[in-house]
Design a binder for this molecule. Structure first.
Ligand code: SF4
Ligand code: SF4
Length: 337
């Protein structure tokens, strides 16, 4: 093992499915050649269970453990660090056991579509309308492909995994979303959904609040005023999105599901919205308390342009771990060279 980095567990603990059926170990977006080097194949040709046992994933794991990262996104990736997605020390290479059994499968991330009804300035889509290199044109996942992957994931995770609907695109645009949600719930798997909230309408809220395995709905907001929302997200739907979140919070309270069903709001720090980070935090802490729950507020500093912006947030007391996270990532980038 040649790297001082913690070991990213993404090559062991799950899969990311693009709507076309192409499967990756993680959702890192990168240059086309690198992204392709992480491809495990397409569900139309290889079932998920076979990919898990297959040569492509085994080869990637061995290359990763040997520090042989040339041509892989892993060579310059900090995603595993940002989301804490790395292996426990006890499971690190050099320990006992089969390197293919380092971590149990628990994660299935699915991009139901690449289409989106917003146009955020920090969107990873190239030019904000096109897909990142290697991901092809936009469209919707075939429900039959999804159903096959879901069955395999249920078996691989022994019925204890989490299915997260997100990635590049807005999941609520998929015409079969209610049926897809019901199929996940019927498998007993946890459900997480990341949305911009525009189409998170009462019927969808009622469905999700009534699902025993719905675990998380996360709204990408990135602003605390309509003007900044329009600047960052290129959308005039600020009031509508707030109304949709309020409805979900109220329904969740009424159904006494505040503990089981987490609701979070996210804020990617950018030069354009920096001044609204503190008002954002204050507003949402107040709203969540009103609904009898602790807030689950996610700070995502990946858009932060400089250390001074992070300092500002720390001094303002907005996000106590912002600086620590930022410095850790910088140090690890340096260590990796
Ligand atoms: S190190 Fe980064 S690119 Fe490699 S598997 Fe982990 S998250 Fe993906
Ligand atoms: S909501 Fe997500 S997918 Fe849609 S434009 Fe914004 S960042 Fe991109």
């Amino acid at each position: 093992m040649t790297t001082a980095m913690p070991i990213c567990k993404a090559l062991w603990d799950g899969f990311v499915v693009h709507w076309t059926g192409t499967v990756y170990p993680c959702s890192l977006l990168c240059a086309e050649s690198c992204s392709n080097s992480l491809s495990l194949g397409n569900l139309a040709e290889i079932p998920l269970a076979a990919m898990y046992q297959g040569a492509a994933l085994r080869t990637l794991r061995r290359r990763y453990l040997a520090g042989n990262l040339g041509g892989l996104c892993c060579a310059h990736c900090t995603k595993g660090d940002l989301c804490g997605s790395h292996l426990d020390e006890a499971r690190a290479p050099g320990g006992a056991g089969d390197p293919d059994e380092l971590y149990p499968v628990t994660r299935l991330e699915v991009s139901l579509t690449d289409k989106c009804n917003m146009l955020c300035i920090m969107c990873p889509k190239v030019g904000r309308r096109e897909n990142p290199p290697g991901l092809g044109r936009a469209g919707y996942i075939d429900p039959a492909l999804f159903a096959g992957a879901l069955r395999d994931f249920r078996d691989l995770s022994k019925g204890r995994g989490l299915v997260c609907l997100h990635w590049v695109g807005e999941p609520t645009l998929h015409p079969a979303l209610p049926a897809i949600l019901r199929s996940i719930d019927a498998c007993g798997l946890g459900i997480a959904l990341v949305t911009n909230g525009i189409r998170f309408l009462p019927a969808l809220t009622d469905l999700i609040v009534g699902m025993p395995h719905a675990a998380l709905v996360s709204f990408s907001i990135n602003a605390s005023t309509e003007g900044t929302y329009r600047t960052v997200n290129n959308s005039k739907q600020f009031a509508r999105v707030l109304g949709n979140i309020e409805y979900l919070l109220a329904r969740r309270s009424a159904a006494k599901r505040t503990k089981e069903l987490a609701v979070s709001v996210t804020f990617v720090v950018l030069s354009e919205n920096l001044g609204e980070a503190v008002p954002f935090r204050d507003y949402w802490f107040g709203r969540y308390r009103h609904h009898g729950a602790e807030p689950s507020l996610v700070f995502n500093g990946k858009g932060a342009a400089s250390a001074s912006q992070v300092d500002f947030l720390v001094e303002a007391g907005a996000f106590p771990r912002a600086k620590e996270n930022f410095l850790e990532v910088q140090a690890r980038l340096g260590a990796r060279g």
